[in-house]
Design a protein around this ligand. Structure first.
Ligand code: C5P
Length: 232
């Protein structure tokens, strides 16, 4: 199993492009995230292929449905051999508990919840009739996830220190929106460097374009790993 805290987001339109990158990488350098775009196009066979190549795979499908359906989806995902998977915390406490119930055995995949997507803020919450600040909302959903027995949450690195304090040091924090010094910001707006995010309490960094769009992804990953004190 890899010890790197970096999870590379394989945000590609298909298997060919994804594998062109993966073939340059090593499971010691990073873990991999498969999201909705790649999964919807390539399905379970690609996930199994990545797992068989020795990579820890985070299946980022953010399940959100009635508890029974989410529990069955989690069971199916676990059969692919993934290292981590997620549900959407806005599906509620019963849904998260149902997911935990089926993933409650030794070496089950890590089960985490998305709190509030970084594309949503105060305005979007207000439109849903939720009159809470994004920070309070995230805190409340993270506590709900913890109480349902989940292993952690996806959150912004800006929220990491507050959530570590609130949810305890064992509760995993997985943070996207990470940019090494001098990297392009792209469409992310609240970014943080790898080192700062780890200092803030992040356990795993989700990093996409700074690696996937680089001419030398191995060099970028090696530099990030060194920056956060992990030499492969
Ligand atoms: O390319 P970049 O590093 O911005 O990619 C970040 C990855 O993290 C993408 O796969 C994106 O969908 C995901 N993500 C995010 N913000 C969230 C949740 C997931 O950027 N709140």
């Amino acid at each position: 199993m890899s010890h790197s805290k970096v999870i590379v987001a394989l945000d590609f339109p298909g298997e060919k492009k994804a594998m062109q990158l993966v073939e340059k990488l090593d499971p010691e350098l990073c873990r991999l995230k498969v999201g909705k775009e790649l999964f919807t196009r390539c399905g379970p066979s690609l996930v199994k292929k990545l797992v068989a190549s020795g990579f820890d795979v985070f299946l980022d499908l953010k399940f959100h449905d009635i508890p029974n359906t989410v529990a069955k989806a989690c069971e199916s995902a676990a059969e692919l051999g993934v290292w981590m998977l997620n549900v959407h915390s806005m599906g509620g406490a019963a849904m998260m508990a149902a997911a935990r119930h089926v993933l409650n055995y030794d070496d089950a995949p890590l089960l985490i919840a998305v709190t509030l997507l970084t594309s949503s803020g105060e305005k979007e919450l207000g439109a849903l009739g939720i009159n809470e600040t994004p920070a309070d909302f995230v805190k409340r959903l993270a506590m709900m996830a913890k109480q349902a027995g989940l292993d952690g949450v996806v959150c912004s690195a800006q929220e990491a220190a507050m959530l570590k304090q609130q949810c305890g040091s064992d509760f995993l924090l997985v943070t996207p929106g990470i940019r090494p010094e001098n990297a392009s910001v792209d469409d992310q707006n609240r970014i943080m460097t790898p080192k700062r995010a780890i200092e803030n309490g992040s356990n795993y960094l989700v990093i996409g374009r700074p690696v996937t769009q680089s001419d030398d992804p191995v060099r970028v990953l090696t530099a990030i790993n060194a920056d956060i004190g992990f030499a492969s």
